[in-house]
Every structure is written in C-alpha cells, then in structure tokens.
Ligand binder design. Structure first.
Ligand SMILES: NC(=O)c1ccc[n+]([C@@H]2O[C@H](COP(=O)([O-])OP(=O)(O)OC[C@H]3O[C@@H](n4cnc5c(N)ncnc54)[C@H](O)[C@@H]3O)[C@@H](O)[C@H]2O)c1
Length: 449
C-alpha cells in the first residue's frame, strides 16, 4: 500500500506520553475535575450527561452558548438527569444556584477565565477551530466534538494547535465515538491482524431519509425563535447551522466524517487517497435559501492507490432509504459495521466468522468521556486531533470535487487549496451574503497563487 501523509501520524497516543508533563490545568488522580460546557445544544448537553454517567467526581462550573436562550434548558436537562440518577450527589456535581452562565460572542473567553480544568466544545463545526485556539491558549484540556473544521485553512490551524496542545501537555479527545466502542475496537483489530486478507475495497455510507436542517429550521420556526430574522443575517445562519456550507462544512463533513474516520482507522490512520472524483447535488424539494445552500447528497470515488478504492456515499434527502455504516472487502472476508446494528466479519460467501453482541452500543458515548477524564487525571495527555483532521480533510476533498465537478490529486488539494469559508467578522448585525447552491462545472476552487 502506498502511504501518503498530510501529517506524520506516528503513534498519536504514545507520542503524547513523551511530552513534557506540564499543563496550566493540573489535575491529580483523585481530584474533582472542574468542567465547562461550550455549546449547550443537543450534543453538548448530551455529551455532558455522558461524561457525568462515566465519572461523578466532577464539578460543572460553567455553561457558555452564543444564544442566551440555550443556557437554562441545558442546565435543566443535566440537572434532571443528575437528580434522577445520582440524587445524593446532584448538587455537589451541578449547583444551579452558583453555576456560571455566559452568552454572546465572547462567551468562550468568559468561560475560560473561570476556574475550569477541562471543557466540552460542541458548537457548530465552523467555531471548533477558533474556540480550540482559545482553549489551548488558556491551557485547558478539551473534549472536542466532530468534525475538526470546515475548510483547509482551519485544518492547517488545527494541526498547529494540536502541536501546541502537545507542548503544553494538554489532553484532547474527539467525538468520533466509534473509536471508543468495544465492538468497533475488536473489529478493527481483527482487520488489522489480517482477518480479511489483503484489503481490496472499502465503502462508507451515511444515507438517511431526512434533511437535518429541515427539521431544525421547522422546529425553530414553530417556536418563534426565527421571527423577523432575514436569511442573510448571521443569527439566521448560525441558528440554522446544519443548512449552510460555511457553518457546517456540508453534511459530508459534518456527519459522514464518522464513516470516513472508520475507514481511515482501519487502514492504519496513515493511508491517504491518491486521487478523487465526486458527484452531488441538492434536492429541489428543499427551498433555497430558507434551508441553506448545501447539497443533500454526495458520492465520492477515492482512488487510494494500488487498485484500492474508497466509495463514499452520503445523503439527507426526505424519504430516501436509510443506510449508515462501513464495509471493507478483502481476499478472505468482508467486514460490515453499523454503530447501532450489525458489527461483523464474514467469509466471502457471507458465512459468519465473527459477530459482536451490540446490545450496549450507546456505551461508547460514555466510554469516550471515561477515556478523556482518565487521561486528564493520570497525565496520559492523549491527543486525538490529527486523526480527526485527516478524516475531516477527506470529507472536505470530496466536497470540493463534488461542488466543482473536478477530478484532482489529493496531495494537490492539500498543497494548493486556499479555501477559507469563514466570514471576516462575527458579530450581531453582520450580514453574510447568500450564496447559490454550488453547480459542478461552475464552482471555482480557491487556490494559492
Ligand atoms: N459525535 C456525535 O455523534 C455527534 C452527534 C450530534 C452532533 N455532533 C456534533 O456536535 C456539534 C453540535 O451539534 P448539535 O447537534 O449539538 O447542534 P445544536 O444546534 O443542538 O447545538 C449547538 C449549540 O452551539 C451553540 N453555538 C452556536 N454558535 C456558537 C458560538 N459561536 N459560541 C458558543 N455557542 C455557539 C448553539 O446556540 C447551540 O446551542 C456539531 O459539530 C455536530 O456535528 C456530534
């Protein structure tokens, strides 16, 4: 197999152990870990609950969200969970009377000035990089949701930040939860130990029957939160972040990154495409710009070198058939995985060779936080940014090829792309010009001079 590297992966976890052991956020084994939540929506609140289910020796110090109306519902949800599941310790873990709440464009700065050891960052993808820059500067450990970034400019910055985090001895774990799932871990080990023979082809799928931005928008419209907002206002676009390219990276980056990450992991986290060609489009049933400017479906053919291909499909079209998973075919067998379903290896005729009993799939969402807090406590200093950046970059490359209709070398994109989707100014009242849905053949790639 040809091995091409955007970054040298090395032993991501092992290398961190060799780093100097200092951090501004020093936590010892038995200490309470002081936590701040950045991004108090569905996943941020869920991630905090997952963390508290994994480890109750935690004090939740502060909540931060751009929108003030997101803070109290998030606090209430976490508190209800604690009251129900850990009644004797609920107030010790989260005291609604004293917990700090920050909103507005400087909410992250305000949270980071508090006495927190570690943060959960679960805002829309476009904010991950600027927020992580602040988190590293403040010397805090971080659990970062996926994806790592939305364009190559941010990807380059995230890799710099990963280096700085290592130098400061900071742990950073990312929300690609399949990597903390016992079934996935065993399956990938088997694949890497040769259970499939030589790998011939790989496939990744996130095909689903609903356009996520559609539901998100309609629920907010019903609640009145979008009332009076123009489509080109920054508030409309950030609230509808699933639907816009600059906020989400499009669903190939935002969601399908999970499946691409599994394939990258199975191939050793150091095997990159040689060339790619993507297709995609937007369902005409999804009005623009109300439901943003992004595509509703992609299909990408990644040439991984030496005859190996990665076929990547993702779709969010209303009423389309569902399939989410990963598949790898080798000379001896076939691997198939779906987070909440079948995780197995068969021979080439479909006869079972190994199958994981996947009754407790959602435990991986707790496991990732156990790993995070263990690393914070024992000085392991895990740093999982590079694999996430690499998987995110695969999705970004696929998106660029599908938007433009161009076939290109992966290394060419890494060295020449200068895409920067982030608006220059982020503040209330800013207008973010509406863009048409990309048209293959017309969409211009932004290149370095
Ligand atoms: N690992 C997983 O399985 C998984 C599942 C769902 C979502 N996610 C990821 O989690 C992230 C959040 O997704 P979600 O479903 O919770 O979305 P959400 O819209 O429910 O929550 C996002 C929150 O971030 C807040 N926010 C927006 N801009 C902000 C800013 N600049 N500063 C502070 N707060 C800001 C929003 O107001 C909102 O409360 C996304 O990156 C998504 O891809 C991961």
């Amino acid at each position: 197999m040809e091995r091409r590297k955007f970054v040298k992966m090395g032993a991501v976890i092992g290398a961190a152990a060799a780093m100097p052991r200092f951090s501004f956020a020093q936590v010892k084994g038995s200490d309470k870990v002081k936590i701040g939540l950045i991004g108090c929506g569905g996943r941020g609140t869920g991630a905090l609950i997952n963390m508290l289910d994994g480890d109750q020796n935690v004090k939740v110090v502060a909540f931060a969200d751009l929108f003030e109306d997101k803070l109290q519902p998030s606090i209430n949800r976490v508190k209800q969970h604690l009251d129900k599941n850990y009644p004797g310790r609920s107030n010790e873990i989260l005291d609604p009377a004293t917990v700090k709440k920050f909103s507005g464009w400087d909410c992250v700065d305000a949270l980071l000035r508090e006495d927190v050891d570690a943060v959960i960052e679960a805002t829309p993808p476009v904010f991950r990089t600027p927020h992580y820059a602040k988190i590293v500067a403040a010397g805090k450990h971080a659990f970062l949701e996926k994806p790592a970034c939305i364009d190559i400019t941010q990807a380059r910055e995230m890799l710099e930040l990963a280096k700085q985090a290592k130098e400061k001895g900071l742990t950073v774990i990312c929300g690609t939860q399949r990597r903390y799932h016992d079934g996935y871990k065993e399956m990938i080990k088997r694949v890497q130990d040769g259970a499939l023979g030589e790998i011939l082809s790989t496939q990744a799928y996130w095909n689903s029957s609903g356009y996520v931005g559609h539901y998100q928008h309609d629920a907010m419209e019903k609640s009145g939160v979008l009332k009076g907002l123009e489509f080109d206002s920054i508030e409309y676009q950030v609230r509808n972040w699933f639907s816009f390219i600059w906020t989400s990276g499009d669903h190939i980056v935002e969601q399908h990154v999970h499946n691409l990450d599994v394939i990258m992991w199975a191939l050793g986290d150091n095997h990159f495409p040689v060339e790619l060609r993507g297709f995609g489009g937007r369902s005409t049933d999804l009005p623009v710009p109300m439901y943003g400017d992004r595509f509703s479906h992609f299909a990408i053919d990644f040439d991984m070198g030496n005859g190996l291909r990665l076929a990547s499909y993702c779709q969010q079209d209303p009423k389309a058939a569902d399939e989410v998973g990963e598949r790898i075919v080798g000379t001896k067998g076939i691997m198939y995985s779906n987070l909440y379903g079948n995780i197995s290896i068969t021979d080439l005729k479909g006869n079972p060779v190994w199958k994981f009993d996947n009754k407790k799939a959602s435990e991986c969402m707790v496991n990732e936080h156990k790993v995070f807090l263990q690393s914070v406590r024992n000085g392991g200093r895990m740093n999982m940014i590079e694999p996430l950046v690499n998987s995110t970059l695969l999705a970004i490359a696929g998106r660029l090829s599908a938007y433009s209709g161009k076939k290109f070398k992966y290394d060419w994109m890494l060295s020449r792309s200068a895409e920067n989707l982030v608006p220059e100014k982020m503040a209330w009242g800013v207008k973010v010009p509406l863009k048409p849905v990309p048209v293959p053949g017309k969409y211009e790639l932004v290149l370095k001079a």
